[in-house]
Every structure is written in C-alpha cells, then in structure tokens.
Design a protein around this ligand. Structure first.
Ligand SMILES: Cc1ncc(C[n+]2csc(CCOP(=O)(O)OP(=O)(O)O)c2C)c(N)n1
Ligand code: SF4
Length: 287
C-alpha cells in the first residue's frame, strides 16, 4: 500500500521545521502502509500538545480529547469495535504527566491498542516548561535553576506493571522507527512505544546529536521475553537503549470481556435481538 494514502492534502502543519514529529509521522505512515491498514479502519486518538496534533495530519478517523485523556477514549473505541486499528499518539507531558494515571490503568487492562509517546523531554506547545522526562538540571524559563527531580522512567514502569509490549525508538532514525512501530501495531495487546523526538525550538540540550551520542540499539541477542533482563535494560541511563525491550502476550481487555469471549465481531454487526431489548426495557421500566 502507498503511505501517501494517509496524506492530508493541503494540511497547514503547525510544527517547526526540523521537529522530530515529522519523521515520526512519516515512519507511522510507512508502517501503516506496510501493514495494509486502511484509513477507514484506523482510529487515531490523542490529547493536547504538539505531538497530539499528529492525527490532524493523517488521513483517518480521529478523536482529539482532553490533555492526558487519550487512553480511556481509545480503550472504549477498541472495545466497541475490536476490528479497528486504534493508535494513541501524544507527548511525554500529556501521557506521563497529566495522563500518568490513565497509562498505569491502560497497561493493567491491556486493551489491544498502540500507544506512541513523542518524548522530547519538554512541554512544546506551552513553550518549553520541563516535562516528567526532562533530565535533572535541565534549565527552562520556568525552571531557571534547573530541574531538581529524577526523570520519570516510562519503560521501567511499564515493565514493572508487566505491560504487554514495551519499546523505545528515535525519530532521527526513520527506518528503525518504522520497524518498531510495525511490530507494536502488529502486537496484540497494549503496546507502549516511547520515541525520542527532538524539539528543536525549546530543548536545545537533547538535540538530534545528543540522542545519537547517548543511545544505542539493543543487540539481536536481547531476549524480549525475559522480564527481569528487560527491566535491567530499562534502568540503563549512561547510554539509553533503543529497540523492543519486552514482549508478553496475554489476554487483552477485549478478549476478557464476556461479550467477546466467543468471537471478536463487533455488536453492531451481529444483528439486534429485538425480543431481548424489549424485555430489558420492560424490566428497567418496572424497577
Ligand atoms: C489539564 C491541562 N493541563 C495543562 C494544560 C496546558 N497544556 C497544553 S499542552 C501542554 C504541554 C504538552 O506537552 P507534551 O505533552 O510534552 O507535548 P508536546 O507539545 O511537547 O508535543 C500543557 C501543559 C491543558 N491543556 N490541560
Ligand atoms: S515546539 Fe518543539 S515539539 Fe513543538 S513543533 Fe516546534 S520543535 Fe516540534
């Protein structure tokens, strides 16, 4: 399939030239095309922020919700129609800060959705305040003395919660990012992909060059089914590993719902049993 099928013609893109969001968007289009995901079967869900504008620039169905609230909406969309491909895309502030609690519970519930987090270690849309992943000492106009706290480690948290799929990518590497997204979308269960995405305007520390110098790819011998091994790799900070850290196939949120125990076909296609609906309305009427 042609990745151009996802292009939004004449889109007025609000991102700065050179922003890592562009290559991440391209990587996603390529991965979707490789997987033959039709735009009409795709639902993108996001919160608020620069990263959260991604669905505006992709030809598909989308839901742009409140800051940090993408995951519950996406969980519901997938539960209503398990045949859709549902992808959540937002920034590190949106997902790990405002939406942190939702992330924990989405991992626990394990809906079959892919969660892509543009991790630029800064709040881009609101002009450069520190985010949960900003490194200690990072200076901003709001944190003039530098960030005082340890950064949030999304991969370690996800593996500790026994997430179904945990990976990290770097937006500067288009092909490798596409490969990781491809695996994440194919995976059945909640897939978290944290993507290092340079913000060229408000983060002059964690630049493309900085990420190149401070990252490396997990070697082919890394066993993603080894949870303890994956956790150890997620704790590495001298150099930050990139690749698929952990894979754990387990029943999804939808598979656990009694409604879908026998088949994942959406209710809308099963035909209404009018006698049962009438009975239900009568019962409610009497109570
Ligand atoms: C509940 C709530 N708190 C704060 C805001 C203000 N706000 C909007 S976007 C944003 C930061 C977004 O940063 P991030 O999620 O890292 O995405 P980026 O813009 O860097 O892609 C903030 C704090 C808001 N809209 N709603
Ligand atoms: S402010 Fe940063 S994150 Fe936002 S579009 Fe510009 S470079 Fe990208």
């Amino acid at each position: 399939m042609d990745p151009g099928l996802f292009d939004v013609k004449g889109a007025d893109v609000a991102w700065c030239p050179g922003c890592g969001n562009f290559s991440l968007l391209n990587a996603l289009k390529k991965a979707l095309a490789e997987l033959d995901v039709r735009p009409e079967r795709l639902v993108m869900v996001s919160g608020i922020g620069q990263a959260a504008k991604t669905p505006h620039y992709l030809r598909c169905n989308f839901f742009n919700g409140l800051h940090g609230r993408a995951l519950p909406a996406a969980t519901a969309i997938k539960a209503v129609n398990p045949e859709l491909t549902v992808i959540v895309e937002s920034g590190d502030g949106c997902m790990y800060g405002e939406g942190g609690n939702h992330l924990i519970h989405a991992i626990r519930r394990n809906p079959d959705i892919t969660c892509i987090v543009h991790n630029n270690m800064v709040y881009g849309l609101t002009r450069g305040q520190a985010s949960p992943t900003s490194l200690r000492g990072f200076k901003t106009p709001a944190q003039a003395a530098g960030v005082l706290h340890e950064p949030f480690n999304p991969l370690a948290v996800a593996i500790a919660l026994n997430a179904s799929f945990v990976a990290r990518a770097f937006a500067g590497d288009l092909e490798e990012t596409k490969e990781i997204l491809n695996k994440a979308i194919r995976h059945r269960g909640f897939a978290l992909v944290d993507v290092f995405q340079p913000c060229v305007t408000y983060n002059r520390v964690n630049t493309y060059q900085w990420f190149r110098e401070h990252t490396y790819y997990l070697e082919g011998s890394h066993d993603p089914t080894d949870r303890v091994g994956a956790f150890k790799r997620a704790l590495e900070t001298d150099k930050l590993p990139i690749g698929v850290f952990y894979v754990n196939r387990k029943p999804t949120f939808e598979e656990n719902l009694p409604l879908y125990r026998e088949r994942l076909e959406p209710l809308s296609r099963r035909g209404a049993k009018m006698d049962r609906i009438v009975k239900l309305i009568e019962t409610i009427g009497k109570s």
